[in-house]
Design a protein around this ligand. Structure first.
Ligand code: HEM
Ligand SMILES: *[C@@H]1O[C@H](CO)[C@@H](O)[C@H](O)[C@H]1NC(C)=O
Ligand SMILES: *[C@@H]1O[C@H](CO)[C@@H](O)[C@H](O)[C@H]1NC(C)=O
Ligand SMILES: *[C@@H]1O[C@H](CO)[C@@H](O)[C@H](O)[C@H]1NC(C)=O
Ligand SMILES: *[C@@H]1O[C@H](CO)[C@@H](O)[C@H](O)[C@H]1NC(C)=O
Ligand SMILES: *[C@@H]1O[C@H](CO)[C@@H](O)[C@H](O)[C@H]1NC(C)=O
Length: 330
């Protein structure tokens, strides 16, 4: 009897210990489940979100393009092994990360703004509280909103990766030379669908692109307005000026529906942009038409797709909160 009681007690103690272990694990590595929450920093740093917004606001007031560049950083982070801050890891003599991959090299920018936000949060919340991957998600949300776009509740609790992948950055990001099928296949490989593709491409309502990335379109494509092409050919000559930049839509500092309206007039800057309307997919063309004249429909779809993109899970469950976004903690 005592024997049986003892075994039962031991079993109870054992399951209790297991229960506590599971609880402790849930507390210690909260993002291992992959579930993000809007309240993640409520206790550890209640002022974090306001602080990020105020730094982003100052930088955008100084140079609106920072908003576009911050949004693109979050996208290039999430499409390469999930939203894990991997894009922020700088190359070293012994490590080649994502920043030197083709879609990123001499193209991504605003790393200085991320560093400024991180330095402030390390001081304000204590070091190693707010992850760099979350900083990108918050800064992207605020950039969109500060440039006149929607506001949505940003989900938080990402961890920063311990590494980055040059090869994945070359393979997993979409190309502006792709046709519609290639773009859709790329988005599907990330678990995103046609509506996400059309809505998220609306990010090109802000920011710039360089000549090399639209040159084949303005000299070769047939689905382009001829006076629009002629104007761009002045900015982007056929044999030089590859780094000259042009706005992705006519209202480059405003998060509006002009990007879509221009696609309907064959005035998409990138080949990939124009494919959404002229690439032969009815559903995509219909969404472009809808978003071009219904800002509410665009904003709702865009916000929902941003949250989906922001949920792309990291390749590895091993993570940390980096002290310096450019380097793994030592
Ligand atoms: C659909 C496939 C996409 C392709 C092929 C594509 C391609 C490009 C290219 C070639 C540039 C110009 C880069 C340069 O000149 O160095 C660019 C800029 C930009 N992209 Fe995309 N992109 C895509 C989707 C997205 C998505 C999903 C987002 C965000 C949600 C985004 C946000 C931006 C922004 C904001 C800029 C301007 C950045 C700046 O001015 O610094 N793009 N994109
Ligand atoms: C977290 O903070 C936000 C902003 O102050 C607030 O709206 C929200 O209700 C808080 N959530 C929880 C669970 O306390
Ligand atoms: C091209 O754009 C110009 C300027 O907006 C416009 O006047 C012209 O009608 C357009 N051409 C065609 C073929 O749509
Ligand atoms: C879809 O596009 C084809 C041409 O590619 C057209 O013939 C057809 O009417 C379109 N269908 C719808 C439902 O718009
Ligand atoms: C615009 O889209 C919203 C959201 O989908 C919808 O509720 C509204 O009825 C649309 N407006 C028009 C004028 O179609
Ligand atoms: C963060 O790391 C980068 C790359 O090693 C370095 O250049 C930078 O000075 C560091 N920032 C801080 C605040 O220490």
């Amino acid at each position: 009897m005592t024997q049986r009681f003892g075994i039962t007690t031991m079993a109870a103690v054992h399951s209790f210990v297991c229960f506590i272990l599971v609880l402790a694990m849930a507390v210690l590595i909260p993002t291992s489940s992959g579930l993000l929450t809007p309240d993640y920093y409520n206790k550890t740093c209640p002022g974090a979100l306001d602080a990020v917004r105020s730094i982003v606001k100052q930088r955008i007031e100084n140079e609106a393009r920072y908003g576009a560049s911050l949004l693109r950083l979050h996208f290039h982070d999430c499409f390469v092994n999930g939203c894990d801050g991997s894009v922020l890891l700088a190359d070293t003599p012994t490590f080649t990360g994502e920043q030197s991959a083709d879609p990123n090299r001499k193209s991504l920018r605003a790393f200085n703004v991320v560093a400024e936000i991180k330095a402030f949060l390390n001081f304000f919340c204590g070091a190693n509280v707010v992850s760099c991957a979350d900083i990108l998600a918050i800064a992207a949300r605020d950039s969109i909103n500060l440039l006149g776009g929607p506001w949505y509740e940003v989900l938080l609790g990402r961890l920063d990766s311990l590494t980055a992948s040059f090869d994945a950055a070359n393979q997993d990001l979409p190309s502006s030379f792709s046709n519609f099928a290639g773009l859709l296949a790329n988005f599907k490989s990330h678990g995103l669908d046609l509506q996400d593709l059309v809505a998220l491409s609306g990010a090109h309502t802000i920011g710039l692109a360089k000549c090399t990335l639209f040159r084949p379109r303005i000299y070769g494509d047939t689905d382009i307005n001829s006076s629009f092409a002629a104007g761009l050919q002045k900015v982007c000559p056929i044999d030089h000026g590859g780094s000259h930049r042009s706005p992705l839509d006519a209202t480059t500092n405003t998060f509006d529906t002009v990007y879509y309206a221009e696609l309907m007039q064959q005035k998409g800057l990138l080949h990939s942009d124009q494919e959404l309307f002229s690439g032969g997919n009815n559903q995509s063309a219909a969404l472009v038409a809808l978003y071009s004249n219904n800002q509410t429909a665009f904003w709702e779809a865009f916000a929902a797709s941003m949250i989906k993109m922001g949920n792309l899970p990291p390749a590895s469950s091993n993570g940390q909160v980096r002290l310096n976004c450019s380097v793994v903690n030592t």
